[in-house]
Design a protein around this ligand. Structure first.
Ligand code: FDA
Length: 392
């Protein structure tokens, strides 16, 4: 059908786009290759879906063009999505730093989107992969696992590369390139780091320990928990910094954020000279972590009184700027998002439409817009899906 809109991908962005366009009277069909729509929504936020963030702002997003996300985020804000959630009677709470989660289950968000789609008359086809796309007379012909399908307008909402087990494919990138769009290099983001060799041995036996740190790399810093794992480093602060880290770069970890450790150690030497570095640290972090840091710094046992001031200053400086070089990341297998993607250069920031192929739109994670951890990626999916849905 020439007047029909086809949306490839029944994730967050695809469903939002579908319900928005259908409410405006468009005939909309969503084609999803998994047996179920919204699988990432279901598994998100530990099963409770961190569906948006109260403090969403453009600087929570990475993109080669940091201005691209502004229009869509302004026209469909966190408040719009919260209003929708409230309209459906879904109970939610703020966990921390503006992160909103369902009280009960992510299923409620999927149910809400499906109810909106059903009410607006969206047709959802699951278990049907789109294999190829070509431009035809007045629109597009899709080659699907169930045969050819014509549509007037096409939305690529097929996401990025993270978690292939959940149905992620590079399909949007393939089709974008086919129509002449450039890609920004992709890599796994919001992902744990792996360590190997000496850096892995350094933290052996401490898996499961977590401590609030400030971690810096690539000119950016995040405060939050660092979790030691069997394979390396994880936790919110680590996931956040993974979006800014480049292979071969050190992470700079401040084990005592907000504290000038050098001055604090000199004061401790005067105040309680008999205590060791490990003892002093243990008052501020798990004992086993404190011991390991003191060991690695070569200052485990001796009382502070026996250490020269210069030595304590150097130890303090190291605690505020502890270097760890990851060997890599856990990759797309566990990454929450894909950094990079379809370049925004030839995409309209208001309609998400291609400047190279009229009638073709890109939404959600497929585009080169990546949010920080904390509900920002869903907010981008809602906002970009809504922008395209309004324009179709
Ligand atoms: P998404 O990947 O959701 O959807 C794309 C859909 O297209 C999929 O259903 C896929 O099966 C389908 N598809 C792909 N190729 C196809 C083809 N050829 N034919 C047909 N269908 C095709 N974000 C956040 O803000 N808060 C959170 O709590 C979390 N938590 C979280 C946990 C985990 C484990 C992950 C992996 C990710 C998160 N995220 C998150 C990130 C968030 O899930 C992500 O940014 C959005 O789901 C992106 O939405 P999209 O609709 O763009 O892609």
């Amino acid at each position: 059908m020439d007047g029909e809109v086809c949306i490839i991908g029944g994730g967050a962005a695809g469903l939002m786009c579908a319900m928005t366009a259908a409410r405006r009277g468009r005939r909309v069909r969503v084609i999803e290759h998994a047996r179920q729509v919204g699988r990432k929504i279901l598994m998100s936020g530990g099963g409770r879906c961190n569906f948006t963030n109260l403090y969403t702002a453009p600087d929570n997003f990475l993109s080669a063009n940091p201005h691209f996300c502004k229009s869509a985020l302004a026209r469909y804000s966190q408040w719009d999505f919260i209003a929708l959630v409230e309209q459906h009677g879904i109970a939610y709470h703020e966990k921390e730093a503006g992160q909103l989660f369902c009280d009960e289950s992510s299923k409620e968000i999927v149910r809400m989107l499906l109810a909106e789609c059903a009410e607006a008359g969206v047709e959802i086809v699951t278990g049907c992969a789109v294999l190829a796309v070509r431009a035809s007379g007045s629109g597009f012909t899709l080659q699907t696992a169930r045969g050819p399908l014509d549509c007037g307008r096409l939305v690529l909402a097929s996401g990025g590369l993270s978690i292939p087990k959940m149905g992620a494919t590079g399909f949007a990138y393939e089709i974008a390139q086919q129509f002449g769009h450039a890609l920004e290099p992709t890599r796994a983001a919001l992902v744990p780091f792996t360590l190997s060799g000496r850096p892995l041995q350094d933290w052996e036996g401490l898996a499961g320990l977590s401590h609030p740190v400030r971690v810096s790399a690539g000119g950016m810093s995040f405060d939050g928990a660092l979790l030691l794992t069997h394979r390396g480093l994880s936790g919110p602060a680590i996931l956040q910094i993974s979006s800014y880290w480049s292979p071969g770069e050190d992470l700079a970890i401040d084990w005592l954020p907000g504290q000038d450790a050098a001055s604090a150690l000199l004061a401790a030497k005067r105040g309680s000279p008999a205590q060791s570095l490990a003892g002093w640290l243990a008052a501020q972090m798990p004992r086993r972590l404190a011991q390991r840091l003191a060991e690695l710094a070569g200052a485990e046992e001796a009382p502070l009184a026996q250490r020269r001031d210069a030595e304590l200053s150097a130890l303090g400086a190291r605690l505020n700027d502890w270097r760890i070089r990851p060997s890599g990341t856990e990759g797309y297998r566990t990454a929450e998002v894909t950094l990079g993607g379809v370049s925004t250069e030839a995409v309209s920031s208001t309609s998400m439409e291609s400047a190279l192929q009229p009638g073709l739109h890109f939404v959600g994670e497929a585009l080169d817009v990546t949010g920080h951890l904390g509900g920002f990626n869903f907010q981008w999916a809602w906002a970009s899906g809504h922008a395209a849905g309004q324009a179709l």
